[in-house]
Design a protein around this ligand. Structure first.
Ligand code: CUA
Length: 331
């Protein structure tokens, strides 16, 4: 339905149908209410119009009537609330084993890097039928990652990660837009999402890559000397990072936080913000010393220390082989 209707973009992700169903429901309810109100206005205007010799009589309230027009809309709104909440939470919660892609937005382009190491600009290749999680940040101002055909949109902010996920269900090429006014060439900050059959996608993936992102991260980790403090034997001046990701950790001030992408990012750029209990605030900041891409690689590396599963293919990759220098990346 609506596939050739120009106001209705293709429905190409697993969530698109749910979003459309809710939207159509809202449209029908609003349409019915509009019709009801206009009919009532016209009817009452005619029925109770001014007539010569007839005096207006005062009508007191009617409890049953008022209860009816309170309870029925309440029920309708609660249905909308519950339905909307379900669609929202499904859309907000990435499945655990989703393929990860790091996104860096800047005026005015999208830079994307797959966990496997493939880099793209203003283009994202994804396989049909697989969950894809985007871990996004901005180098400058607020942007917004919007794929109408997938019915997903998420602001991309400087200084932190935001997350978006989708599962494409139809091969094809779909528009990517920046949906937040971000300067002169905001309208040109566009791209393509290329959804491929798994075999096609594997062929594309086997093309040139600088090795997994986590391997790049491992190299940067070594170059910056992180390993001298973050040792795996727990004797270092910094916390042991092996197995840390996804786990709660207690801080000096007693708070307990979960080690997630944003926590690692903050700890690299603002190390004093959340000191792990038992450690001293001795780590220097790497703000300005590492690019967004390098932070992403470091995050991917720290994550890989906790999940050598199939999602992150790092365990099998030798430490620093075949990783190109970081100098050749797009800035
Ligand atoms: Cu980026 Cu608008």
């Amino acid at each position: 339905m609506f596939d050739n209707f120009p106001l209705w973009p293709a429905r190409a992700s697993s969530t698109a149908g749910n979003v459309d169903a809710l939207f159509i429901f809202l449209l029908i309810v609003s349409g019915m209410m509009t019709l009801l109100i206009f009919t009532a206005v016209v009817y009452f205007a005619a029925r109770y119009r001014h007539r010569k010799g007839v005096l207006a009589e005062q009508i007191e309230g009617s409890t049953p009537l008022e209860l009816t027009w309170s309870i029925i809309p309440l029920g309708v709104f609660l249905v909308i609330f519950a339905w909307g909440a379900i669609v929202y939470f499904n859309g907000r919660t990435p499945p655990r084993d989703a393929t990860e892609v790091y996104v860096v937005a800047k005026q005015w382009m999208w830079k994307l890097e797959h966990a496997e190491g493939q880099r793209e600009i203003n283009e994202l290749h994804v396989p049909v039928g697989r969950d894809v999680k985007l871990i996004m940040t901005s180098q400058d101002v607020i942007h917004s990652f919007f794929i109408p055909a997938f019915r997903v949109k998420q602001d991309v902010l400087p200084g932190r990660y935001t997350v978006l996920w989708f599962r494409a269900i139809k091969p094809g090429t779909y528009h990517l837009f920046c949906a937040e006014y971000c300067g002169t060439h905001h309208s040109g900050m566009i791209g393509d999402i290329i959804v491929q059959e798994p075999a096609q996608y594997e062929a594309w993936m086997s093309g040139s890559s600088g090795g997994p992102l986590s391997a790049s991260g491992e190299k940067i980790f070594a170059e910056l000397g992180c390993a001298t403090c973050h040792r795996s034997d727990s004797q270092g001046r910094g916390p042991n990072l092996f197995g840390a990701f996804g786990k709660p950790v207690q801080l000096e001030d007693g708070r307990i936080v979960t080690v997630d992408e944003n926590y690692i990012r903050e700890s690299i750029l603002d190390p004093g913000a959340k000191i792990v209990k038992g450690f001293k605030p001795v780590m220097p900041t790497f703000q300005g010393l590492v690019s967004e891409e390098q932070v992403n690689a470091l995050v991917a590396y720290v994550k890989s220390l906790s999940q050598p599963g199939p999602g992150v293919r790092t365990a099998a990759v030798p430490a620093s082989d075949g990783v190109p220098a970081q100098g050749n990346q797009v800035q």
